[in-house]
Design a protein around this ligand. Sequence first.
Ligand SMILES: NC(=O)C1=CN([C@@H]2O[C@H](COP(=O)(O)OP(=O)(O)OC[C@H]3O[C@@H](n4cnc5c(N)ncnc54)[C@H](O)[C@@H]3O)[C@@H](O)[C@H]2O)C=CC1
Ligand SMILES: O=C(O)C(=O)C[C@H](O)C(=O)CO
Length: 256
Amino acid sequence: MTDWQSRFSLAGRTALVTGASRGIGFEIARLFAEAGADVAGVARSAADLAPLRGAVEGSGRRFAAVAADLSDPAGPAAAARAAEDALGRIDILVNSAGIALVAPALDLDAQAWDRTMALNLRAPFLLSQAVAPGMIAAGGGKIVMISSQTGVVAMKDHAAYAASKGGLNALTKSLCAEWAGHNIQVNAICPTVVMTPMGRAVWSDPARADPLLAATPLGRFGEPVEVADAALYLASSASGLVNGATLMLDGGFTSV
Ligand SMILES: NC(=O)C1=CN([C@@H]2O[C@H](COP(=O)(O)OP(=O)(O)OC[C@H]3O[C@@H](n4cnc5c(N)ncnc54)[C@H](O)[C@@H]3O)[C@@H](O)[C@H]2O)C=CC1
Ligand SMILES: O=C(O)C(=O)C[C@H](O)C(=O)CO
């Protein structure tokens, strides 16, 4: 391996990836295994993780399927414990599980608000809190939050979702400040729309998608692998100086 390859390699590392049964989380977990990491994937059902097991083990890496409801207050810590038990330790945490309950602000009820915050904001905090002691004991670690451009700029019908992602960006900075002294780097990725099951559910209607595409300098949405590539950078030693960042993968939407 050349020097640059070893900086981007995850050989010898272990990663816990949430929302790993499909979409962005699946692609991140698959790529991390290709890059050399053993992977624990979290989803609500272990059966849904069978395709990921095939991909990770096909890359010659170890895989642990962790079934947990991360919106339950006890779910994140239990998932972290199960992943640590299976892989020995967690070097990298990627918080990708999330939901988008899209509705006009006047129609959002307290239950939708609470469901959104529980999964999109509380679970990443509790998971980070659960893996941090092991990272501190090991001399460092990497935490990557999958946030959204809506955490930075307004988007109609996304009040709860946007608030959860804005909170996640703030959490990223807080954890960076608290844990940098332990060599734990905490960063967030803010993608534009990505055509995963979540993206398709909301953005397949041209009446909603076309104005956003027109306002996006690159004129297109993202692909799961583009988010995975950014996550690999933030999880690898190549990103050694990046901390507390919100990395925009938005085709320029928030720059103009
Ligand atoms: N798809 C998009 O357009 C964008 C997505 N994002 C963010 O990226 C992340 C991943 O999104 P997608 O892959 O598109 O979503 P998705 O809906 O395709 O996949 C979500 C994943 O989260 C898991 N999950 C859902 N509820 C859960 C729960 N209670 N407990 C445990 N796991 C649960 C699902 O099983 C699934 O694996 C989310 O945080 C989302 O907010 C950010 C910007 C754009
Ligand atoms: O930044 C975005 O755009 C999103 O996060 C949108 C999600 O894809 C989504 O589907 C919520 O509408």
